[in-house]
Write a protein that binds this ligand. Structure first.
Ligand code: NAP
Length: 647
């Protein structure tokens, strides 16, 4: 069954249409119907949705607007069903008219080419390379990692006819979605956006898919696009070495049976992720604990938690998902929280996509695309303002600017409402740092409901040590436990570890970085020719978007770099240090204008030097513009060794 399926014929009775409309997301349905019917009078001024805010449904449309919108949509659906339409409007024209309706003014011209890519009609893939490598030019690529971005790189290389191999340390495809099998694991970006632009599904079972559904999606993509057969599983890369004489990479691997081998490739694409190596906390006595202990990303499913006393250390995005599930079966759950989270109300976070909405997605042309557009437009760059630092803001300890303060008040009110009946818990769960300084956690009320369970207790005292019997806090209290679970996150700032990377002149990448990873566009590093990173330094996003969007931009750029080599008859490219340095200075300035760059609260968004080496501080379009096509002036080119000095 293909991932993206064609729209099905719209056959339904009036009653069935009305029933489906009860589940419709109206701010995106009206645009889809306008485009499909060619009737833009559907987009009445009076029906313009006010926009999104946390917890607000239907784009903030009033009940009266919703009722009117349903009537308008019903009439349009009938006309579409009965073939009484003037015909489709080209997507460019539709885009301008629809965005003008949605936002009150036409979309800025800068965005049009990006949005045309995002809104490509079903079955089209404008980001696919429109070129193929000359088969007579010998050139091969090794990709490290078969997760979301490694698969994507494989798809694009295949489309360009470039031979490649993917080396994967695990036994299967999926990366983070293979490894994180903890109960309750799901994505916290709506699936309409957290999916490849060219492999859109209009039948996601839930708005925010669970781990098994996502794993299946990425495995299906790998199969459908013919990437799976290029993967060598159970193969870990230990060392990359640039061979100056041959201008190619020597890739040292260790197989599952312990044997070691050297492979060669002209270019290497690292797709190893940022949140990959679990962080086990540095707490004295962990090894003394007598029961099972494991990390959220290495969940031990052989341990039956039913009736057990479970201690959990950490309350980040992973723990916020698995604790509610553990609490349902465990006898007792003791949560050790160091820093509370801000929770964003998303009432439908765990909900299935209702039957009517799913039916409309599969039967109304363009609906799923306009829904994706709505999310893109309203939940990405628009949110960035809430993270902006106002240099004149007097006290930056609780908020860093007016929009950030608005967000703080909104999220404070949400916590107050959730814990109104538990004044004992409220002070423990209320953050004292600005929102978006750490990852915001989506919530549908489950966190408060879990903390209020009789078998759950929240401990905010500092942990002193772990003993054979449990966890001891600073005041000497022992909290006995049978099982210890770490929801303590990842070694996010240790990019590419434990792999060693030796570039030109034997330059060691980790020594160069010295714990403070940097790259040009997050992709290339001076002295490491033809070495490209996906989800590299400063390509994580905090509030505005989906990592898949970034991966698509990165892969587009890498493909552009390879094309540049082929077009120029060069062997390798190495980014100029001055270009790289100037870029990073700008990134650093940008991050200091965002709350995560200035707040002092613990977070994986800053490295041991205190610098934000993870996050992208600007809007989405800027990254897209910068990665659309590489600039040859940014690079030094390395000739084919056989030709060097010969012309
Ligand atoms: P995390 O956000 O880094 O959270 C780690 C937790 O462990 C924090 O509560 C941290 O406390 C605590 N901790 C760490 N060391 C500790 C120590 N020595 N003593 C006590 N507590 C300690 O890790 P995560 O929850 O795995 O999430 C990481 C990222 O993965 C997220 O930010 C998100 O980007 C991604 N993620 C996404 C999803 C999703 O899409 N649904 C789900 C899970 C994860 P402090 O806060 O005080 O540091």
């Amino acid at each position: 069954m293909p991932i993206s399926r064609p729209i099905e014929p719209l056959v339904a009775t009036d009653d069935e249409l009305r029933a489906a409309l009860e589940d419709a997301f109206l701010p995106a349905l009206l645009p889809a119907l306008a485009q499909a019917t060619g009737d833009f009078s559907i987009l009445r001024e009076s029906l313009r949705p006010p926009g999104v805010a946390p917890g607000v449904q239907q784009g903030g449309m009033t009940p009266a607007q919703q009722a009117e919108a349903k009537e308008v949509a019903f009439e349009a659906l009938k006309r579409l069903r009965d073939g009484q339409v003037s015909g489709e409007v080209p997507v460019e024209e539709a885009l301008l008219r629809i965005t003008a309706w949605m936002t009150g003014s036409p979309v800025s011209e800068d965005y049009v080419p990006l949005l045309l890519e995002e809104l490509a009609p079903e079955g089209q893939d404008p980001r696919a390379p429109a070129w193929r490598k000359d088969p007579s030019v010998p050139f091969s690529v090794i990709i490290i990692g078969a997760g979301m971005s490694g698969i994507l790189a494989g798809i694009r290389l295949k489309q360009a006819g470039i031979p490649f191999t993917i080396l994967e340390k695990n036994h299967d495809i999926g990366g983070t979605w293979l490894e994180n099998t903890y109960p309750g694991a799901r994505v916290d970006v709506s699936n309409a956006f957290y999916s490849y632009s060219f492999a859109q599904k209009n039948d996601w079972p839930t708005h925010y898919s669970t781990q098994p559904v996502l794993l299946e999606y990425f495995q299906e993509c790998a199969r459908e696009f013919g990437v799976r057969e290029h993967v060598q599983f159970n193969t870990e890369v230990t060392l990359l070495q640039w061979d100056e004489d041959r201008a190619e990479w020597v890739v040292h691997v260790r197989r599952a049976d312990g044997t070691e081998e050297e492979l060669r490739a002209n270019a290497v694409i690292s797709a190893v992720g940022q949140l990959n190596r679990p962080k086990i906390p540095d707490i004295p006595g962990l090894e003394r604990f007598r029961g099972p202990q494991f990390h959220s990303a290495r969940w031990d499913h052989s341990v039956d938690l039913a009736g057990k006393r479970v201690a959990v250390i950490g309350t980040g995005a992973s723990a916020a998902q698995f604790i509610p599930e553990v609490a349902k079966v465990a006898g007792e759950v003791t949560i050790f929280q160091r820093t509370p989270n801000w929770y964003v109300p998303v009432p439908h976070y765990h909900d299935e996509v209702p039957a009517g909405l799913r039916w409309l997605f599969t039967h109304v042309p363009h609906y799923a695309h306009w829904y994706r557009f709505w999310l893109f437009w309203n939940t990405t760059d628009g949110l960035l303002a809430a993270a902006k630092v106002d240099p004149n803001w007097p006290d930056k300890s609780r908020s860093v600017g007016p929009e950030n303060e608005n967000l703080r008040q909104l999220l404070t009110a949400y916590l107050q409402m959730q814990f109104a009946d538990r004044p004992d818990l409220l002070p423990k769960v209320m953050p004292d740092y600005p929102p978006a300084a750490k990852r915001l956690i989506l919530d549908n009320g489950i966190w408060a409901a879990t903390l209020k369970r009789p078998n759950v207790r929240l401990i905010t005292d500092k942990i002193r040590e772990v003993t054979e019997a449990g966890v001891v806090t600073a005041d000497g209290t022992l909290y006995e436990a049978d099982v210890l679970i770490y929801g303590t996150g990842f070694q996010a700032s240790k990019f590419l570890t434990p792999m060693r990377v030796l570039g030109r002149g034997g330059k060691d990448l980790h020594r160069e970085w010295d714990g403070d990873a940097r790259a040009y566009l997050g992709i290339t590093v001076p002295g490491f020719p033809n070495f490209f990173m996906l989800y590299g330094p400063n390509t994580n996003i905090v509030v505005n978007g989906s990592i898949i969007y970034f991966s698509e931009c990165e892969v587009q750029y890498v493909m552009g770099c390879l094309k540049m080599l082929f077009d120029r008859g060069e062997r390798a490219l190495d980014v100029r240090k001055d270009v790289h340095d100037a870029y990073n200075e700008r990134i650093d300035r940008g991050n200091l204008e965002r709350v995560w760059g200035v707040a002092t609260v613990n977070s994986w968004y800053r490295n041991e030097k205190g610098r934000s080496a993870q996050n992208w501080p600007f809007n989405l379009i800027e990254y897209w513009q910068q990665t659309r096509e590489p600039n040859p002036d940014d690079y030094e080119f390395i000739r084919q060794p056989a030709l060097a000095g010969g012309d």
